[in-house]
Design a binder for this molecule. Structure first.
Ligand SMILES: NC(=O)c1ccc[n+]([C@@H]2O[C@H](COP(=O)([O-])OP(=O)(O)OC[C@H]3O[C@@H](n4cnc5c(N)ncnc54)[C@H](OP(=O)(O)O)[C@@H]3O)[C@@H](O)[C@H]2O)c1
Length: 390
């Protein structure tokens, strides 16, 4: 296993981290972890040198507001010598915080659930404009300072899924964070915090934890045939998952890649890739291959939105770039399961007023779009295509 230094803490972190959101489950029920299989995988990973585990309050539960089973499972599975061998990361459920007291309440509860005295890396979960404004107002930076002082957490960070790079930079500048966690992969190079955000954080001495390196699996097994063929035509022979992970490890800014692995075979493959993937060593020819696959995926783009946000805010609250991002995902991947997952995301992650279906066709957005996208027409298409009942 190769290790990279978390710049501010000095900890040596394994290049591959274990994302504890997708353990094997029973009866296809995400809240029922298959504890015997998951324990076997976790112990194997640690014995092979994986030393960074990422969990959160709701993982393996029934909804974001509910306590999930990932934390208590880890509490049990890490008993004995395992806890000492790893760095544990968990997250404050930002959406559930109504007061400063809530922050202490959740942290104390999480320490109990994880059966540990101290969480090594504690992150504010999935910061958005609203969550960040609320947490800031309620004194979250004092809370983090105090938790570090009390020895309940060692280092503080945040995870980010918002589309605004300005917000990302504002948060980076607001506190002496040790790390940030961002969605990053070859297809999402400029999405959300993106490369720009990653470099900004790294330049400030922060560690960068990458989540969704395989876009939740779609870059591994759900690529269109032309993309799979493009990978198959070049040497060395690698799976699409390995190409994707190696592209990430080639970035010196990346401290650790989290993958949510739910089979021993995937775990073993990802560990094998992590054993020799160094930064800045991917030859130009291999980078070209990735660019080629990227352009195959981009050819399937239904709407040329770059998420610049010039169209926003929409007077009635439609989240225009996010709707287009889902519409593009729907057409980009041929696989039925990914298409249905995209519809679920559209249905669950956008509020009713943010959905394409809420567009009143005023056309204000079109006055500002630098790509001259017929936004009203494309929103109509998104609303029809992404309907969950289809
Ligand atoms: N803070 C946040 O807001 C947030 C959000 C998302 C994730 N996270 C964290 O980041 C972690 C990583 O994200 P992720 O789970 O989405 O990671 P990911 O690696 O992009 O996706 C995991 C999926 O990829 C597939 N996979 C993994 N290794 C593979 C291989 N070698 N070959 C083929 N397929 C492979 C599996 O899909 P199949 O099951 O389809 O086989 C697996 O379920 C999560 O587990 C969680 O800890 C945090």
């Amino acid at each position: 296993m190769l290790y990279r230094k978390m710049p501010k803490s000095g900890d040596k972190i394994s290049a591959l981290g274990f994302g504890c959101m997708r353990f094997p489950v029973l009866d296809q029920d995400p809240s029922k972890i298959d504890e015997s299989k998951a324990t076997e995988m976790l112990h194997y990973a640690i014995e092979q040198g994986v030393n960074y585990l990422d969990t959160a309050f709701p993982y393996h539960g029934t909804g974001m507001g509910e306590p999930g089973n990932s934390e208590p499972f880890l509490g049990k599975a890490l008993k004995g010598s395992y806890r000492k061998k790893i760095k544990l990361a968990s997250k404050l459920p930002s959406w559930s915080i109504q007061s400063r007291k809530d922050m202490d309440k959740y942290l104390n509860l999480q320490l109990k659930r994880l059966d540990t005295d101290c969480i090594d890396y504690y992150l504010l979960h999935t910061l958005s404009v609203d969550f960040w404004a609320n947490l800031k107002k309620l004194g979250v930076t004092d809370f983090l300072d105090q938790a570090i002082k009390d020895g309940k957490i060692k280092h503080a960070g945040f995870s980010f899924h918002d589309n605004s790079k300005t917000l990302f930079k504002e948060i980076v500048d607001a506190y002496d964070w040790t790390l940030c966690q961002i969605q990053y992969n070859y297809l999402d190079e400029h999405y959300q915090a993106g490369k720009e955000g990653m470099q900004y954080a790294a330049n400030k001495g922060m560690g960068v934890v990458v989540m969704e390196p395989l876009r939740g699996g779609s870059l591994a097994t759900k690529l269109p045939d032309a993309a799979v063929q493009a990978f198959q035509e070049v040497k060395p022979e690698r799976t699409p998952a390995e190409w994707s992970l190696r592209w990430l490890w080639n970035h010196p800014e990346v401290t650790v890649i989290l993958s949510g692995m739910n089979t021993m075979a995937h775990l073993q493959q990802n560990i094998k890739s992590a054993n020799d993937a160094k930064a800045n060593e991917m030859p130009g020819k291999e980078l070209e291959t990735i660019e080629n696959v990227k352009s195959i995926l981009h050819e399937k783009v239904r709407v040329g939105c770059t998420s610049c946000g010039y169209c926003m805010p929409c007077p009635v609250g439609v989240h225009i770039p996010q709707n287009f991002s889902y519409l593009n995902d729907f057409y980009r991947f041929d696989d039925k399961q990914t298409k249905s997952h995209t519809r679920i995301m559209y249905s669950r992650l956008l509020s009713d007023k943010e959905k394409a279906s809420a567009c009143v066709e005023c056309g204000k957005c079109e006055e500002h779009c630098p790509q001259h996208i017929p936004i009203r027409e494309k929103l109509k298409e998104a609303s029809e295509t992404l309907l969950l009942t289809k």
